[in-house]
Ligand binder design. Structure first.
Ligand SMILES: [Fe+2]
Length: 217
Protein backbone atom coordinates (compact mmCIF):
# COMPACT_ATOMS: atom_id res chain seq x y z
CA UNK A 1 0.00 0.00 0.00
CA UNK A 2 1.26 3.50 -0.67
CA UNK A 3 1.71 5.89 2.23
CA UNK A 4 -1.43 7.85 3.06
CA UNK A 5 -1.80 11.31 1.64
CA UNK A 6 -0.80 14.02 4.09
CA UNK A 7 -3.72 16.09 5.19
CA UNK A 8 -3.22 19.51 6.71
CA UNK A 9 -5.68 21.38 8.86
CA UNK A 10 -6.50 24.96 8.00
CA UNK A 11 -8.01 27.54 10.31
CA UNK A 12 -11.61 28.70 10.14
CA UNK A 13 -10.40 32.21 9.35
CA UNK A 14 -8.96 31.21 5.97
CA UNK A 15 -11.93 32.11 3.79
CA UNK A 16 -12.45 35.69 5.06
CA UNK A 17 -8.73 36.27 4.47
CA UNK A 18 -9.10 35.00 0.92
CA UNK A 19 -12.06 37.28 0.29
CA UNK A 20 -10.26 40.44 1.36
CA UNK A 21 -6.59 40.09 0.65
CA UNK A 22 -6.13 40.44 -3.08
CA UNK A 23 -8.04 43.63 -3.91
CA UNK A 24 -9.76 42.05 -6.90
CA UNK A 25 -13.30 42.85 -7.87
CA UNK A 26 -15.94 41.01 -5.91
CA UNK A 27 -16.71 38.43 -8.60
CA UNK A 28 -13.23 36.94 -8.31
CA UNK A 29 -13.16 36.35 -4.59
CA UNK A 30 -16.66 35.38 -3.55
CA UNK A 31 -18.92 32.52 -4.48
CA UNK A 32 -21.14 33.38 -7.46
CA UNK A 33 -24.83 33.81 -6.77
CA UNK A 34 -25.81 30.51 -8.34
CA UNK A 35 -25.69 27.57 -5.96
CA UNK A 36 -24.28 24.08 -6.21
CA UNK A 37 -22.67 22.34 -9.10
CA UNK A 38 -24.15 21.77 -12.52
CA UNK A 39 -27.03 19.30 -12.46
CA UNK A 40 -25.24 17.29 -15.09
CA UNK A 41 -21.55 17.90 -15.65
CA UNK A 42 -20.13 18.14 -19.17
CA UNK A 43 -19.59 14.49 -20.07
CA UNK A 44 -16.04 14.51 -21.46
CA UNK A 45 -13.58 16.48 -23.53
CA UNK A 46 -15.07 17.02 -26.98
CA UNK A 47 -11.96 18.49 -28.61
CA UNK A 48 -9.06 20.75 -27.93
CA UNK A 49 -8.16 23.04 -30.82
CA UNK A 50 -4.77 24.42 -31.80
CA UNK A 51 -3.44 26.31 -34.83
CA UNK A 52 -0.74 24.68 -36.95
CA UNK A 53 1.42 25.98 -39.76
CA UNK A 54 1.46 22.71 -41.72
CA UNK A 55 -1.27 20.07 -41.43
CA UNK A 56 0.88 17.39 -43.02
CA UNK A 57 3.78 17.86 -40.58
CA UNK A 58 1.22 17.78 -37.79
CA UNK A 59 -0.43 14.62 -39.17
CA UNK A 60 2.93 12.88 -39.45
CA UNK A 61 3.52 13.59 -35.77
CA UNK A 62 0.13 12.61 -34.35
CA UNK A 63 -0.89 9.83 -36.73
CA UNK A 64 2.43 8.63 -38.14
CA UNK A 65 4.56 8.80 -35.00
CA UNK A 66 2.11 8.54 -32.10
CA UNK A 67 -0.49 6.42 -33.92
CA UNK A 68 -3.53 8.59 -33.14
CA UNK A 69 -5.78 8.44 -36.21
CA UNK A 70 -6.98 11.33 -38.33
CA UNK A 71 -10.76 10.93 -38.09
CA UNK A 72 -12.16 14.07 -39.73
CA UNK A 73 -11.09 16.84 -42.08
CA UNK A 74 -13.41 19.81 -42.57
CA UNK A 75 -12.47 22.16 -45.41
CA UNK A 76 -14.20 25.47 -44.92
CA UNK A 77 -14.59 29.12 -45.78
CA UNK A 78 -16.09 31.54 -43.31
CA UNK A 79 -16.36 35.26 -42.77
CA UNK A 80 -13.80 36.57 -40.29
CA UNK A 81 -15.10 39.47 -38.24
CA UNK A 82 -11.55 40.28 -37.19
CA UNK A 83 -10.26 40.55 -40.76
CA UNK A 84 -13.54 41.63 -42.38
CA UNK A 85 -13.18 39.09 -45.20
CA UNK A 86 -13.79 35.46 -46.03
CA UNK A 87 -11.00 33.16 -44.94
CA UNK A 88 -10.24 29.62 -46.05
CA UNK A 89 -9.19 27.03 -43.54
CA UNK A 90 -8.88 23.30 -42.99
CA UNK A 91 -9.86 21.78 -39.63
CA UNK A 92 -8.60 18.31 -38.70
CA UNK A 93 -9.49 16.00 -35.81
CA UNK A 94 -7.43 13.17 -34.35
CA UNK A 95 -9.60 10.81 -32.32
CA UNK A 96 -9.15 9.21 -28.91
CA UNK A 97 -10.91 6.08 -27.68
CA UNK A 98 -13.70 7.97 -25.86
CA UNK A 99 -14.63 10.07 -28.91
CA UNK A 100 -12.73 13.15 -27.77
CA UNK A 101 -10.14 14.58 -30.10
CA UNK A 102 -7.25 16.89 -30.71
CA UNK A 103 -8.28 19.38 -33.37
CA UNK A 104 -6.14 21.63 -35.54
CA UNK A 105 -6.60 24.59 -37.85
CA UNK A 106 -4.49 25.48 -40.85
CA UNK A 107 -5.33 28.63 -42.80
CA UNK A 108 -4.84 28.93 -46.56
CA UNK A 109 -3.34 32.39 -46.03
CA UNK A 110 -0.09 32.02 -44.05
CA UNK A 111 -0.51 35.58 -42.80
CA UNK A 112 -3.50 34.42 -40.76
CA UNK A 113 -1.27 31.84 -39.06
CA UNK A 114 0.99 34.69 -37.94
CA UNK A 115 -2.01 36.63 -36.61
CA UNK A 116 -2.98 33.69 -34.38
CA UNK A 117 0.43 33.41 -32.72
CA UNK A 118 1.50 35.07 -29.48
CA UNK A 119 3.82 37.99 -30.11
CA UNK A 120 6.13 36.80 -27.36
CA UNK A 121 5.92 33.09 -26.60
CA UNK A 122 6.41 32.07 -22.98
CA UNK A 123 10.03 31.47 -21.94
CA UNK A 124 8.84 28.36 -20.11
CA UNK A 125 6.01 26.88 -22.14
CA UNK A 126 5.65 23.39 -20.75
CA UNK A 127 3.11 24.20 -18.06
CA UNK A 128 0.49 24.82 -20.74
CA UNK A 129 -0.43 21.39 -22.02
CA UNK A 130 -3.25 18.95 -22.60
CA UNK A 131 -3.20 15.47 -21.05
CA UNK A 132 -4.86 12.22 -22.02
CA UNK A 133 -5.28 9.15 -19.87
CA UNK A 134 -3.58 6.10 -21.34
CA UNK A 135 -3.82 2.52 -20.17
CA UNK A 136 -0.56 0.83 -19.24
CA UNK A 137 -0.06 -0.92 -22.58
CA UNK A 138 -0.76 2.28 -24.52
CA UNK A 139 1.63 4.23 -22.31
CA UNK A 140 4.40 1.70 -22.91
CA UNK A 141 3.72 1.55 -26.64
CA UNK A 142 3.89 5.34 -26.90
CA UNK A 143 7.30 5.26 -25.22
CA UNK A 144 8.50 2.58 -27.61
CA UNK A 145 7.28 4.59 -30.60
CA UNK A 146 9.00 7.74 -29.39
CA UNK A 147 12.22 5.92 -28.65
CA UNK A 148 12.21 4.10 -32.00
CA UNK A 149 11.77 7.43 -33.78
CA UNK A 150 14.47 9.13 -31.71
CA UNK A 151 11.86 11.69 -30.65
CA UNK A 152 12.56 13.59 -27.45
CA UNK A 153 10.10 13.19 -24.61
CA UNK A 154 10.04 13.85 -20.90
CA UNK A 155 8.74 11.43 -18.28
CA UNK A 156 7.67 12.31 -14.73
CA UNK A 157 6.37 10.08 -11.97
CA UNK A 158 3.93 12.28 -10.06
CA UNK A 159 3.05 9.44 -7.71
CA UNK A 160 -0.69 9.85 -8.31
CA UNK A 161 0.01 9.21 -12.02
CA UNK A 162 3.01 8.95 -14.30
CA UNK A 163 3.32 10.90 -17.48
CA UNK A 164 5.18 11.32 -20.71
CA UNK A 165 5.23 14.71 -22.41
CA UNK A 166 5.82 15.37 -26.09
CA UNK A 167 5.85 18.55 -28.12
CA UNK A 168 4.23 18.66 -31.57
CA UNK A 169 5.88 20.41 -34.54
CA UNK A 170 3.91 23.56 -33.70
CA UNK A 171 4.68 23.42 -30.00
CA UNK A 172 1.51 21.85 -28.59
CA UNK A 173 2.62 19.98 -25.48
CA UNK A 174 0.66 16.75 -25.07
CA UNK A 175 0.86 14.56 -21.98
CA UNK A 176 -0.11 10.92 -21.81
CA UNK A 177 -0.70 9.77 -18.29
CA UNK A 178 -1.13 6.38 -16.67
CA UNK A 179 -3.07 6.05 -13.44
CA UNK A 180 -1.83 3.79 -10.64
CA UNK A 181 -3.87 0.79 -9.41
CA UNK A 182 -5.02 2.78 -6.34
CA UNK A 183 -6.21 5.78 -8.36
CA UNK A 184 -9.75 5.56 -6.93
CA UNK A 185 -8.47 5.73 -3.35
CA UNK A 186 -6.27 8.72 -4.17
CA UNK A 187 -9.12 10.43 -5.98
CA UNK A 188 -11.40 10.01 -2.97
CA UNK A 189 -8.82 11.48 -0.58
CA UNK A 190 -8.09 14.45 -2.83
CA UNK A 191 -11.77 15.18 -3.45
CA UNK A 192 -12.32 15.28 0.30
CA UNK A 193 -9.66 17.93 0.94
CA UNK A 194 -9.52 19.82 -2.38
CA UNK A 195 -11.08 23.08 -1.11
CA UNK A 196 -9.21 22.98 2.19
CA UNK A 197 -5.85 22.40 0.53
CA UNK A 198 -6.50 25.15 -2.02
CA UNK A 199 -7.32 27.64 0.71
CA UNK A 200 -4.27 26.57 2.72
CA UNK A 201 -1.86 27.06 -0.18
CA UNK A 202 -3.40 30.37 -1.25
CA UNK A 203 -2.91 31.78 2.23
CA UNK A 204 0.82 31.09 2.09
CA UNK A 205 1.24 27.61 3.60
CA UNK A 206 3.42 26.04 0.93
CA UNK A 207 4.01 22.63 2.53
CA UNK A 208 3.73 19.84 -0.04
CA UNK A 209 0.93 17.33 0.30
CA UNK A 210 2.23 14.91 -2.31
CA UNK A 211 3.98 12.15 -0.42
CA UNK A 212 3.47 9.84 -3.38
CA UNK A 213 5.79 11.59 -5.88
CA UNK A 214 8.31 9.22 -7.36
CA UNK A 215 6.91 6.03 -5.80
CA UNK A 216 7.10 2.90 -7.92
CA UNK A 217 3.96 1.58 -9.59
FE1 LIG B 1 -0.47 17.63 -16.69
Amino acid sequence: MPPPLLLFKTTASVLPILASSYGRKEMDTTEPRTTGHLSRLPSRLHHHAFVVRDHEANRRFFEGLLGIPLVATWCEKSFSNELNKVIEFCHTFFGMADGSSLAFFQFADPEIYELTQAERPAKIGRYDHIAFKAESETYDELKRRLEAAGEKYRETNHGYCKSIYVSSPDGLVVEFTEDPPDAAEIDAARRADAHRELARWLTGDRRTNNELRGRAF
